[in-house]
Design a protein around this ligand. Sequence first.
Ligand code: ADP
Ligand code: F6P
Length: 469
Amino acid sequence: MAERSSFVVVANRLPVDEVIVDGERQWRPSPGGLVTALHPVLAEQRGTWIGWAGGAGEAPEPFELEGIRIHPVPLSAEELERYYEGQSNATIWPLYHDAVETPVYKRRWREAYRIVNQRFAQAAADVAAEGATVWVQDYQLQLVPAMLREMRPDLRIGFFLHIPFPPIELFMQMPFRAEILRGLLGADLVGFQQRLAAQNFVRLARHLLGLRYEGQSIQVDGRKVKAGAFPISIDTADMERMAADPGVQARAKQIRAELGDPETVILGVDRLDYTKGIELRLKAFRELLADGKLAVPEAVMVQVATPSRERVEHYQTLRVKVEREVGRINGEFGRVGMPAVHYLHQSYSRTELAALYLAADVMMVTPLRDGMNLVAKEYVACRASGGGALVLSEFAGAATELKQAFLCNPHDPDGVKDALLRAVGAEPSELKRRMRVMQRHLRTHDVAEWARTFLNELGVTEREPAPEA
Ligand code: ADP
Ligand code: F6P
């Protein structure tokens, strides 16, 4: 049998990208905060990452990359449609985001979700050493903790939810709600982005299953399940380094020049997702142009809308609406060679994103609901020179920490317009002061600190020696 791991991460996606070199398949680490944060623990503890490699059909054989064992889990084309696009992204995703789009409930999706969760749990049970720690990530895998505990009661199991956890009234819509809740309660520690989400969870345990709790600790079958808030963050130092790179700074200047050196560059960077409030942001910009409060070419907007979950209907509808709005704004306010909105439905490298952040005077992050929103944190970390303004929705988890942003209620168009105008008109000294406070916060609250805090609470002491194979 292959050597087992004393630390295992289970996530829907693997932290690797497939690349074809000379007609041969190779794997490259995919950039991401989570893997960066967990890399030291994974490398130290003979760690394994279990996840889906993308695509349908057979999974690649397990392999090792940069000291991490990669254990791919297969998804069939039907499972991809039912477990990933259906149950995860057309049922749970909208329901947990305040039902800003109507969740769709289908029995066959639930069944696929159970089957795939069982597969991930089995993979974890197979690779985890006796007494190992297993950290399960996110809403796609909420049944895994209980399934895993059933097979391997010796394990220490953590679960972290990257998205919001809804209030009881919304959660109660879910047809297999008790099963989901029991799935999560299989963990020893259930982590959330926000204190309120953890409260929703413990209250739900009492409401739905009649379980007793004290503080954030729930009594389940003679065990204690702890709930808590662990706001995720970014690799702040890495972002700062990137922003200080002369090549990135030159690229930022070039971007501004390509935009016609406007006085104000307003930027949005989001997955093309209906939770992100892209439409309302565009509408706020259009109304300010119509009111004469902003004008092209002095002010231009750049909206990066990363392709996401493109086969899910909600996402297809959103794309049509966003692109119609961009067309309308450019039709009414653009000039030849001078669009009002530069719309980019593309993925970018980390350095190009950093250059965009550096080029932007105002960053608009206006989700209707968001677990955290790392883009907001990345923008702040990039602005070491002190300029730049962040307009931030109160409904993003990041708003709890980034209090010096220009906060707004995305449901109130006038409030969004007002926040944008205040950001555009703010004095440089005020902007610097706001940025400095937020940067200080991110330097101490980075993604490594997030992982450390969660794992400490789970009882994983730092630098535990890896057991002999
Ligand atoms: P979500 O997890 O819902 O997509 P976040 O804002 O928390 O939202 O995280 C998005 C991450 O994806 C950020 O790290 C951001 O830099 C990255 N990202 C967003 N758009 C792009 C893009 N077009 N190309 C590359 N990376 C992107
Ligand atoms: O933030 C939630 C999340 O599902 C992440 O886990 C993921 O990296 C991101 O959104 C993109 O989603 P997907 O994996 O569906 O492309």
